[in-house]
Design a protein around this ligand. Sequence first.
Ligand code: FE
Length: 193
Amino acid sequence: MAFKLPRLPYSKDALAPHISAETLAFHHGKHHATYIEKLNTLVEQESALTNKTLEDLIVTQEGPVFNNAAQAWNHDFYWHSMSPEGGGEPRGAIAEAIQKSFGSFADFKERFGTIAEEHFGSGWVWMVKESNGRLAVVDTHDADNPLRRDQTPILTCDVWEHAYYIDYRNVRADYVEAWWNVVNWAFANKNFG
Ligand code: FE
């Protein structure tokens, strides 16, 4: 059974002006779609991999299968980490957990922003829940995913250049700053559990 490109959870112009319709058209319609296509080609060639979920492939595979499975999963998680109704201060249980783990929302935001801006090369910045229940900010390289380290992903920001080059050219810091206007706290609360 082939993996399908999941629909964006909003229209392509819904995150503008923070993330443009053109960026979403390329990022979802080309980049995300290509990871799914490549993964399907790889899985077709290896019968032991059929009927595995993306999560199974992420924790058990290496190389191209891992890379494409993780990128397929990471992008869907990233689309849901943003919402046209997002932004502003965190609410609910996640707000309390942020305070407990980072001191304040401002401290968390600064930490997340610094890690996102300083991340070298392609990758992802995540808010994760550690096994002790505390929140942390981690960055992963290329396709890598916190599920491989027993961390629960809560939110992610894609810091591959393809996520921001159309809108912000080389200025990743401006993209990360804009990302706060669409960050989906309802999704974070759902993942925090
Ligand atoms: Fe991406």
